[in-house]
Design a protein. Structure first.
Length: 113
């Protein structure tokens, strides 16, 4: 690409191709297109000097932390995750996200004098 922002056109193109194969219910072709989506995103990361392995690991950790929060708080509320509605789980998930954000803000303000 002449400009690194042009990578987003490729990402969009690959997503559209993936969506088309999903709509056709062709699992094998959809899987191949999904690989193309991931490859184009990895190229985007490279162009923006982002380590895709680190980015994915950070997201995995966020997911694990949030899921653990949902699980722990559902138990505190005396509920089984399998019996909870998506709305109830979303409420706990959003609370976990908010607490995560507060924690980051607290951490950044500790570094200030």
């Amino acid at each position: 690409w002449e400009e690194r922002e042009q990578v987003w056109d490729k990402v969009k193109e690959e997503i559209q191709e993936f969506q088309a194969e999903v709509a056709h219910m062709d699992k094998e072709k959809a899987e191949a297109e999904f690989g193309d989506v991931m490859f184009s995103l990895i190229n985007a990361a490279r162009l923006y000097k982002i380590n895709p392995d680190n980015a994915l690991e950070r997201t995995n950790q966020k997911f694990i932390n949030r899921f653990n929060y949902v699980e722990a708080h559902s138990i505190k509320e005396g509920k089984n995750l399998h019996d909870m509605t998506l709305e109830e789980m979303d409420k706990l998930w959003n609370k976990a996200k908010a607490l995560e954000k507060e924690s980051k803000q607290d951490d950044s303000s500790k570094g200030q004098v």
